[in-house]
Design a protein. Structure first.
Length: 140
């Protein structure tokens, strides 16, 4: 198996809380940034998704905080999709410090919503394959 897609992020001072560590809500922003960066790397834009009449939706997200992050820390945020063959897909993400220490583990369940019917599409992988110039980035 190849390494998961990853983006680099530097923790900014304004993202920290009164204890001086990264505010818990910002971990979600980092995860979302990595997911959209993966889509972009695969050639999928928001415009293309809307053009196909679909939009990604988050159905469940769990964060395990492992180590604190401080302003100036350099981190890598990974993103790997998992497929079960149903209407949903999984997303596994790790936020890792430059020294390799895992700061957080994020697991999510997502889907693609038909923007007219307001329901999940039957096979989201089909849409990612059709829209992507590199389906392997999604594990397809």
């Amino acid at each position: 198996m190849s390494e998961p897609f990853a983006v680099a992020v530097t923790v900014r001072g304004y993202e920290t809380d009164t204890q001086g560590h990264l505010n818990q809500s910002v971990y979600l922003n980092y995860a979302e940034h990595a997911r959209w960066s993966l889509l972009q790397a695969a050639g999928i834009t928001q415009t293309a998704l809307v053009g196909k009449g679909v939009g990604p939706v988050a159905l469940e997200t769990t964060i395990r905080f492992r180590r604190e992050l401080l302003a100036g820390d350099e981190v890598e945020v990974t993103c790997a999709f998992t497929w079960s063959g149903g209407r949903t897909f999984g997303i596994e993400q790790i936020i890792r410090k430059a020294d390799g220490t895992v700061a957080a583990e994020i697991t999510a369940v997502g889907g693609l919503m038909d923007l007219k019917a307001r329901k999940l599409v039957a096979d989201p992988a089909e849409y990612f394959r059709a829209l992507s110039c590199d389906p392997a980035l999604f594990g397809l």
